[in-house]
Each structure stands twice: as C-alpha cells, then as structure tokens.
Design a protein around this ligand. Structure first.
Ligand code: SAM
Length: 182
C-alpha cells in the first residue's frame, strides 16, 4: 500500500517543531511521502540527518504550492483522501474499508482547517472524538492501517544501529567513529 501524508495550515515558526515531528512520525510509521508547504525547509534537512543516522527508507518530502492540487492529483491517480479530524467517523469503524485501498493520502491540519476539506476528503476519520494533536492522530491512524507491522519495519543503510536492550543503551556504530556519545 502507498501512503502519503499531507500537512496543511503550518503556522510560521510556531509549528516548526510539530511539522518536524509529523514528518518523523510519517517516516517511522511507514509513509512513503510527506507533502508540506515551503514554510520551513530546514525540516527536510532534519529528516535527512535522521535518515543518515538511523536508516534510509523510501520516504520523501515534497514541497507543494497548493494543497488542493495535491489532493486533486492524488484523486485523479485513484488514491483515497483521508482527513484526520475529531469530527469524523471513528477510525475503528472504518479501518477495514481503508485497508483495502491501494493508495492513501492522509491529511492533517495545524490550526482550524478550511471547511471545504471536509467535503473534498473521501473520508473524515477521527482518532476518538476529542481534540488532541495531529502527531498523535497520525501515529495512531498509521498504526491501525499497518496493523502494528510498521514498528518492525527494517530501514536501509545507516550510520548507527540500535541493539535493542531492556536496560541500558547499546548502539553499534557503523561509520567507524567510536566517539559517538548517545
Ligand atoms: N480546533 C481545530 C480544528 O477544528 O480542526 C483542531 C486542530 S488540532 C490542534 C490539529 C490537527 O490535529 C487537526 O487538524 C487534525 O488533523 C488532528 N486531530 C486533532 N484531534 C484529532 C482527533 N481526535 N482525531 C483525528 N485527528 C485529530
């Protein structure tokens, strides 16, 4: 399944951290792509650094001019548009129908999203009907879509490899630089 995230409504400076975390969640939880506006392209650099350190995947970030065009193109290519909103239908009531789709575009907001998004989306989906956060909503939604398997995803070439440990911290350094202090 091809899954992309579309981030809309980023507020200058104030939302940098949240957009960065949305990108990191999208990458770590199995998305192939994040569409974001050109508000702070240093986010791309941050994600690039994370990928170099912890593993490459097929995850890309694409800058858009107009979010409506992204949705239009996605729909034209046969993709379904899932808008995450507390006003939607509970994810657990729709997840079976969502999982059969081949292409999903998951739209997350920042501030109040434009009203028309509720009509353009194929599905307005709620991760519970209480307000919380786009980062949490995205993580829970992707986890439902991939049935938890995304947490076992193997990433490609990396400078560091975590040796999972119940206690303590064990990281294998592949770059030959043993000075790493994690
Ligand atoms: N009051 C805003 C509104 O009316 O949309 C809430 C914005 S919230 C801070 C930012 C984003 O988090 C929303 O656009 C939505 O994508 C996501 N979100 C927050 N709560 C959610 C929930 N219960 N289910 C799904 N998505 C949620």
């Amino acid at each position: 399944m091809e899954v992309a995230t579309l981030r809309i409504g980023h507020r200058l400076v104030r939302d940098d951290r949240v957009t960065t975390h949305s990108a990191l969640v999208a990458r770590a939880f199995g998305c192939n792509k994040l569409y974001m506006s050109d508000v702070d392209t240093s986010i791309i650099h941050t994600v690039e650094k994370v990928a170099n350190s912890w593993g490459r995947s097929e995850f890309l970030i694409e800058i858009y001019d107009n979010w409506k065009e992204v949705i239009k193109t996605w729909k034209k290519d046969g993709g379904k548009v899932i808008h995450l909103t507390m006003y939607g239908i509970n994810v657990d009531d729709m997840i079976e129908a969502i999982r059969v789709e081949a292409k999903l575009l998951v739209v997350i907001g920042a501030k109040k999203v434009p009203r028309e998004l509720f009509d353009i989306a194929d599905m307005n989906i709620a991760v519970g009907n209480q307000p919380h956060s786009e980062i949490a909503a995205l993580a829970v939604f992707l986890d439902r879509v991939f049935n938890g398997n995304e947490l076992k995803k193997q990433f490609g070439t990396a400078s560091y490899k975590i040796i999972p440990n119940l206690r303590g911290k064990n990281v294998e350094c592949r770059s030959g630089d043993n000075r790493l202090n994690l």
